[in-house]
Each structure stands twice: as structure tokens, then as C-alpha cells.
Design a protein around this ligand. Structure first.
Ligand SMILES: [Mg+2]
Length: 450
């Protein structure tokens, strides 16, 4: 892939942070080849930072004997790969690959069982370090976040680009892991940029080049276009973002609904979403649009259960819990209803999210037919405060223990290994009408759509 990182007019060295006076391939001061140049380098302030092979990097840090060995973090022989280090990746190991396949590709790999508590702890240290750069840090998962550094130049005495390069160095020195930075003018392209040159990357996508850069890219680069939706587009003869750039907004919306609107804007490099650090208004959620409209509990409950489990899994992955459960319904005349309930303690358990959602849902069964159901939690906090053993309701504690056991089984044997009574054999009800529509980042604003 190509990006105009090497504009000769501007730039600095990522190793000694010195601005470069000329277009030489190496730093005029320290001789390092790791230079950043871009015409918009000192104007851009929206960044996406993503740690490189995070779990594996933490394990390597804690055991230097693993430094030059292929490391896979994941569940036993019958589990899947959670994270593979870059040496293992060169040998063909990928995330989510079944472990037996990964070991076929790379028999000499060292397999390590995930230690989520440790990763959450290191993740919090990384986040605290990000918050030294700007208060506007929006975490997406345990090891990645968006940062808006607008207006921080006076505070730091240097432009955001150099602040970010200094952050990468500090992360390596003080925490002992590496990250990749994407710098752009919008969230979409900042995230695309951070993915460019992993590991230890620093990539810039400017406003002037965005349209032409995107034209060459596959549709899967667009946020929310998963494998299934890409297959739908492929059937319609659409493979590149350039093809989307030539299509009218109305046509895209007629064909793909709200996703069409997203395709229209993102294909043109337009993304108005702001970076928000306001945890109070943020939620973790999942929603589904049905193939047909439903108005009865019997039809809606299995979907609610499946979505609650999805939300719970996302919370657990991000090390978060939430105090308010939010139910969202869209009726067949496109009216949206949202209903909230605050809990005594924050939760991340599928069972509590589901049972609270169920109470809210019961009151909305009034003959209305719904085309969409969503469930989420807001008022987020760290998972440490969630679901204390409940002295009054010992059953809820037992349920929490049971859920922990189910999670462990799923970690080991995959999501399909355990189905609850509510979803068993009825998964088809919960399928989004447009594949990939729920293919969202793990943490996002409530029901955010651009
Ligand atoms: Mg990462």
C-alpha cells in the first residue's frame, strides 16, 4: 500500500525527535532511517494508537527468553489463537486460527495461556500514559484508543505528530511494549493509518490525498464492512472504494439502508465522528435488524438473549462494566424507543443485562411490530467494581459463577460450544438483515451512526 509519508519538505526523526533540515534518507543528527515526512504532518491532530500484538508483547516483556521465539497467546490445543507475535505471524499464524492449525504452521511456537488480569493492568498503564497527552482519549479496546490532540501544542511545546512519536518511545522505554500510530484528520483514516506499518509504525493520511488513496483500496477497509457484507457488495460488482465514490448517495441508501449512507460518506473520506472521553455518555451495545417484523415476546426474547451475550463478551474483552442497561427498539414505522434502567452495581454479566432488558421489553409489548432490537449498557467503569457477590440474592452470585464457567468453556472451545436455553437452535432469529451491520467496534457511542 502507498501513502505519501515521504514528503521532502517536512519531517522529523522518530528516534531522536529532531526536525530534519533536508530530504536525506537518514536523520541528520543520529543517522536513523526512521523519519516521518508529510505535507500535512504539523496540521493533523487526530490519532489512533494501537499496541502491537499486545498480549504476546506483554508476555515477551515478562520473559526475555521468549524475545526471539514465536509466541502464541491462546487456549490449549483445542482452542484458538488470541494473539500471535510477529515472528509467529511470519510463519503464517493468525488471530482466531484454531490452535492445531497454528501449531502445524509453526510447530516451534511457545503457547501461553492468556492472563487477562495482567493484560488489563498493563492496558490501564498504557491508557494513563495516553491521558498525559490529551484529556480526549477514547478507548476502543484494552490496547487501542483514539486521541484528539487539538489545542495541545502549547501544553507540550511541540506539534501533535512529535508528541505521538515521543509517546511511542516512552511506551517502549517505560512499559516495554511497542505501538503503532496513525495520524489523520478523522477517526476512520487515523485507524486505517495505524494499521499500515505495524509493528512500530507511524503513518499519516492527509486530507488532500484521502480521496485518491481510498479509491485504490478494497471495500473491506471501511469500518463495518465485514466478510459477509463484502460478499454482498461483491455480488453487486463492487470491490473497491473507488467504485463507491462514483455512486450516488440515494442509490447506496436504497440498496444498503443505513450502511449505504456510511459507505457514501466514508468512501469519500468524510467522517464527522468526534473523539469523546466522556464515559458517562458512552455505552457498549449490540443491535440487530430483523428479516421480518416481530411483536411477540416469543420472537424477541431469544434475540435479546443473544445480544446480551454479545454485549457481555464485549465488556469482558474491554475490561469494562456498566451501571445502566439500555433497551432500544425500532418499530416498523421507524420510530425509535429507548428505555433505561439503572442497576445497584455495575455489571458485565450477560444474565443481568438480559434480565434487566427483559423487564424493559415486557412493557413495550403492546401490539407494536418491531424491525430492530438493541441492548447496551452505559455509565461505564472498570470491571473491578462490577457484580459484587450479592448477600441478599445468593442466586445471582451463583449465576455469576456459572457464567464465569461458561466463559471459560467458550474461551477453550469457541463461542458455539455453549448455548443457553434462550438461544439454542434459534440463532437464525438474531441474524442481521444486512450482513455485517453489527460488525462494529467494541466500544462506541450509544447507537452511533454517521
Ligand atoms: Mg493491538
Amino acid at each position: 500500500m502507498h501513502t505519501a509519508v515521504n514528503d521532502p519538505e517536512h519531517g522529523f526523526c522518530r528516534d531522536c525527535l529532531t526536525p530534519q533540515p533536508n530530504a536525506a534518507p537518514r536523520c541528520a543528527r543520529c543517522g536513523s532511517p526512521r523519519l516521518v515526512r508529510h505535507p500535512e504532518l504539523y496540521r493533523l491532530h487526530l490519532a489512533h494508537i494501537d499496541c502491537d500484538a499486545f498480549y504476546a508483547a506483554v508476555e515477551k516483556r515478562d520473559n526475555p527468553a521468549l524475545k526471539d521465539r514465536p509466541v502464541i497467546v491462546g487456549g490449549g490445543k483445542r482452542g484458538v489463537v488470541s494473539t500471535a507475535c510477529y515472528i509467529a505471524r511470519i510463519n503464517g499464524v493468525r488471530s482466531a486460527m484454531p490452535m492445531f492449525k497454528a501449531l502445524e504452521a509453526c510447530p516451534e511456537a511457545v503457547v501461553i495461556k492468556p492472563d487477562m488480569e495482567k493484560y488489563a493492568r498493563v492496558g490501564r498503564e498504557v491508557r494513563a500514559m495516553m491521558q498525559d497527552l490529551t484529556p480526549l482519549v477514547e478507548p476502543i479496546s484494552i490496547d487501542e484508543a483514539f486521541l484528539d490532540l487539538a489545542g495541545t501544542e502549547r501544553l507540550h511545546g511541540m506539534p501533535p505528530a512529535i508528541v505521538l512519536a515521543r509517546f511511542e518511545k516512552r511506551l517502549e522505554r517505560e512499559i516495554g511494549i511497542t505501538a503503532s500510530v496513525g495520524l489523520s484528520y478523522c477517526k476512520f483514516l487515523a485507524k486505517v493509518a495505524s494499521d499500515f506499518r505495524k509493528p512500530r509504525g507511524f503513518s499519516v493520511i492527509g486530507e488532500a490525498e484521502a480521496h485518491d488513496f481510498l479509491a485504490m483500496q478494497p471495500v473491506t477497509l471501511i469500518w463495518g464492512v465485514g466478510k459477509a457484507f463484502a460478499a454482498t457488495l461483491e455480488r453487486d460488482g463492487i470491490r473497491t472504494i473507488g467504485q463507491l465514490q462514483k455512486m450516488e448517495q440515494a442509490e447506496l441508501m436504497r440498496r444498503y439502508g443505513s450502511m449505504g449512507n456510511r459507505l457514501y460518506h466514508l468512501s469519500r473520506g468524510r467522517d464527522e465522528r468526534v473523539v469523546s472521553a466522556d464515559r458517562d455518555t458512552k455505552s457498549v451495545s449490540a443491535e440487530t435488524t430483523f428479516d421480518q417484523d416481530f411483536g411477540k415476546m416469543d420472537d424477541l426474547v431469544p434475540v435479546l438473549r443473544a445480544l446480551s451475550e454479545k454485549v457481555s463478551a464485549r465488556l469482558k474483552k474491554a475490561g469494562l462494566a456498566g451501571r445502566t442497561v439500555v433497551l432500544k427498539l425500532k418499530s416498523n414505522d421507524f420510530r425509535i424507543r429507548t428505555r433505561n434502567r439503572q442497576l445497584e452495581d455495575p455489571t458485565r454479566l450477560a444474565d443481568r443485562i438480559f434480565s434487566t432488558g427483559l423487564e424493559l421489553l415486557r412493557r413495550e409489548i403492546d401490539g407494536t411490530k418491531y424491525r430492530l432490537l438493541g441492548i447496551g449498557v452505559s455509565d461505564l467503569c472498570d470491571a473491578g467494581k462490577a457484580d459484587p457477590p450479592d448477600l441478599v440474592d445468593t442466586r445471582s452470585h451463583k449465576r455469576a459463577l456459572a457464567e464465569g464457567a461458561i466463559d471459560a468453556l467458550r474461551d477453550k472451545f469457541g463461542r458455539g460450544a455453549v448455548e443457553t436455553g434462550y438461544t439454542f437452535g434459534r440463532g437464525h432469529r438474531g441474524k442481521p438483515a444486512r450482513p455485517g451491520e453489527d460488525d462494529e467496534p467494541d466500544v462506541r457511542h450509544p447507537w452511533e451512526r454517521i
